[in-house]
Ligand binder design. Sequence first.
Ligand SMILES: [Zn+2]
Ligand SMILES: [Zn+2]
Ligand SMILES: [Zn+2]
Ligand SMILES: [Zn+2]
Length: 210
Amino acid sequence: MKLEGERWRTLVSTVRLGRDEYRVVRPARPLAHAPLYLSGHGAQMIVDKASARELAMAWAFAIRSARTLVYLPLRHTQYACCGYGDGTEALQDLVLMHDTLAFPASRWKDVRARLGQGRPHTVDILGLPEVECAEYEAEALRHHGAADTVFISGSRKALALEGNALRTLVEECPRHMHENPGTHCCAEISAGEVGDWLHVIYCAEHRVHV
Ligand SMILES: [Zn+2]
Ligand SMILES: [Zn+2]
Ligand SMILES: [Zn+2]
Ligand SMILES: [Zn+2]
């Protein structure tokens, strides 16, 4: 199903910290099935269809929102399904942001503690753009970690380029899994020099019913 035209229900918080003010957007309801953890050379995120769509909508929104921290609280996800790794890795939250925001990750713990309830806001999703790799060769996403959170940051172009894999994941993989229920369906998102730094995988067990 197309992402374009979807409506993403969010909560918006404005957090003041010293002289700075940060706008944080998070899903109105937490993602039920999206454990995220660090393993090997990158991060693994295990999703069902609903969580994959939430992630893709968050990503589409992040591309167009240079002044916002897009926050997916995932540490308390209801499912503990895992992919690669030994199953003991600590669960992480995810924050997507533009690097022009220059947000110091060391402040995240304080920002997160001040989010409050947030104001409900519905975002009209314009979809994830189809972009050619060649156009954006010089762009790469960056990643770092702080306060049990994985931060992925980059330029608008870098976010758009890597968003391609998520568009395929939500718009095409449901058909792959319908035709071949056991198939490995994932999105590989590059960061730094690693081509599949963030590996978003459909859960082998919970892919069909949601
Ligand atoms: Zn697929
Ligand atoms: Zn994979
Ligand atoms: Zn790999
Ligand atoms: Zn699962």
